[in-house]
Ligand binder design. Sequence first.
Ligand code: SF4
Length: 520
Amino acid sequence: MPVYRIRGVDVDFPYDAYDCQITYMDRVLQSLQQGNNALLESPTGTGKTLCLLCSALAWRRTFGEFLRGGGGGGGGGGSQPSGSQQSGASATQSSSYPVIIYASRTHSQLRQVIKELKATSYRPKMAVLGSREQMCIHEEVSKLRGKAQNNGCHYLCKKRLCRHNNIVTDYMKNNTELGSEPFDIEDLVNIGRTKGPCPYYISRELSKSVDILFAPYNYLIDPGNRRSLTGISWNNAVLIFDEAHNLESICADAASFDLLTSNLTSCITEAQECIQLCSFKRSIENSAEKQFDPENYAILKALLMALEKKIGELVIDSKELGYTKPGSYIYEFLSELNITSETSKKLIETIDSASLLLEEGNSGETKAGVKAKSTVSRLETIRDMLDIIFKGGGQNHAKYYSFHVNESSRQTSGDSLQVFGKASRTLSWWCFNPGLAMEEFLKLGVRSIILTSGTLSPLDSLAMELNLEFPVRLENPHVISQDQIWVGVVPVGPSGHPLNSSYRTRETVKYKQELGTVIG
Ligand code: SF4
């Protein structure tokens, strides 16, 4: 494999690199060496992913070998790490080296990235994060979805009732080389199915000690998801967002919420269930556990009902425009219900214990004939909402928000049940500063944030929206000259079959054959 010396770092690249690829890798290395953020635009087809992986991993190796042997990079090209600071360091020492966190939009994109990693000579210790929906192998819990699945898993793990979870620690101890060769979520699920350990918790355990971690955006940007990623070395980490177009809107969405009154009604029902479950639990178990006090759920229920009423009482003059106020109005609105920064902490505690209670209710653990009706804890949406509003205990962030209530006569409820003709309201708190999400990474001590995509420009406005300094920038030209391009629409193939690559048809044999014939 060719080796390119760029900014004093030997980069093993699997192919002869184009000039634009060398320039791209130069900017990646500049950003990493200087500890600066970068905006790197390079058109589709210019091999961004491969350039990112090779240059970032070559830089990482200047600190010392990859964790647990891992085979080391540069085998084929004969290059040695340049400027090594601690060459030959042991695996345990290596844990203080910067971690590369590589995020992309979807799992199928990440699968592609891992495929590209296989094509390089680098063998860093790696992990890939996925959801329980993709990884759970428990016969019952794997059939659940969303929060119901998370709650079911939490409950079983807490009681040590999931045999797959119980053997994760031993499996990790006996298989320390796991993660030294590139693997995908499917590989982990296969390990789980054939050898027994839970793939989801293996990936979480692995992520605590890696050179490179692959994760979908939402795991990093969503504060709730990020909180669940315990043990990741954020300090001095490098954060790469591939396919970063529209990252601003994803960041803004993660910092906003929409509360539908139909969801609020479900929350009230759940609070009522908690009162019943709690009373039965107390009578059957003859305990007075402070954590499960029916009084707390009664207060929660009363507050939610008052909130529902208050949203309903707002005078909306124009249905089209809705009711809009500056973001800070949310504090005035909630303080009238005695929901403040201080009381929100108690509310969050109550909601957390309610989730536990509902999990027990779903499993029939209370043995009292009372079973929670819902399989999803909607109360957690209230928790997420309080987290966003009272973030960090201050109100400074409210200046970037807008308070809005709108009314519609038709809505889709959280249960996908369509309600026609009945007016329903939505309380929204919209964030207009995507930079708030990025700020969180800086607080965690991240060293460099690299945003890359085929379309990022205009770079100035993107940098302004994200409210971050991006001293390193690149707008790469296309590698294909104009006379090599033909633009046209081909609706059908030679046999007349439609070339429709939508989700429903793109995996059909007929479509693939037709597409192959057209290209061939
Ligand atoms: S521990 Fe793993 S296998 Fe068991 S319920 Fe949770 S996700 Fe599923």
